[in-house]
Design a protein around this ligand. Structure first.
Ligand SMILES: [Zn+2]
Length: 280
């Protein structure tokens, strides 16, 4: 098919515009321009004082974030809360306390990736009061599958849902240095699921970077299956997706310990998240 100069010129003009805008240009590529413009307006709004008090009370991790990054985080929280519906389950009445606490930790993962859209596949956040019970298939000897009920603190679905137990959200946020945080964990899965199923290979559009990251994960997984780690919960050894989610919890909550115990993993996460929490 012939391409007229006008048709050929538009993509070129768009490319020049995108390159000229830098990180904002990448954001433009990742979402329609009207969404990008609306998000820019939301980020520029003054952060409500009541929400700042919630952050102070509920999310001590935010206090560690250096001031210029914290300003960006407050903007992202406003975008997240404006865009993502929260749904209370099993009698939960969702309030700002829940929205701000959850959004703050979810947005922490996007803080260094200014070109990324805000969880584009996420359609809703479901909040239960306590760990919720789900049936889980378990393979028994003889090849029989039994449906065993299992209580979960959180879950992330590729169809665009994150499900959280509020009691676990509060407990995870209250201690910002124990390496356990269900919100960081489930939203790491959500990032991983951005390209479809969770495979522990998030955000890696560049083939060389993707390969480097995969090598770090495979090596780390193999080592963890041989011997326990100082810095990573044993649950990380389940598969690459859980390895990435558990490593994310450690990266933000115990960055120095993770760097000391697993420097290649820590450095790979610095490149991935474009943040260096050990320096905060
Ligand atoms: Zn998980």
């Amino acid at each position: 098919m012939d391409v007229t100069p006008l048709q050929a010129g538009w993509p070129l003009a768009a490319l020049v515009l995108v390159l000229g805008l830098g990180a904002a240009g990448v954001a433009l590529l990742a979402q329609p321009w009207w969404t990008w413009r609306r998000h820019r307006q939301l980020r520029a709004r003054p952060f409500p004082r009541a929400w700042a008090r919630i952050l102070q009370r509920r999310v001590p991790l935010v206090q560690r974030v250096p001031a210029p990054l914290r300003r960006r985080l407050l903007g992202l929280i406003q975008v997240f809360i404006a865009d993502k519906p929260f749904i209370g389950c099993a009698g939960v009445q969702v309030d700002d306390e829940m929205r701000v606490t959850i959004a703050a930790m979810a947005c922490l993962l996007l803080l260094g990736r200014s070109g990324e859209a805000c969880y584009p596949r996420l359609r809703q956040v479901l909040v239960y009061p306590e760990p919720f019970v789900v049936p889980r298939g378990q393979l028994l000897p003889g090849g029989v599958v039994s449906e065993m009920p299992q209580a979960l603190a959180g879950e992330s679905w590729a169809q665009g849902q994150v499900i959280l137990a509020w009691s676990e959200v509060v407990a995870g946020a209250a201690d910002p240095a124990d390496g356990r945080n269900v919100v960081l964990h489930e939203f790491a899965h959500q990032i991983d699921q951005d390209g479809g199923d969770a495979d522990g290979r998030p955000w890696q559009r560049d083939a060389a970077l993707r390969q480097r990251w995969a090598a770090v994960v495979d090596e780390g997984l193999a080592r963890l299956r041989e011997a326990p780690s100082e810095a990573l919960d044993a649950y990380a050894s389940t598969d690459p997706a859980e390895y990435f989610a558990v490593a994310t919890e450690a990266f933000f909550e115990r960055p120095q310990a993770l760097r000391d115990a697993a420097a290649p993993l820590y450095e790979a996460l610095v490149r991935l998240y474009r943040l260096d929490p050990a320096a905060w």
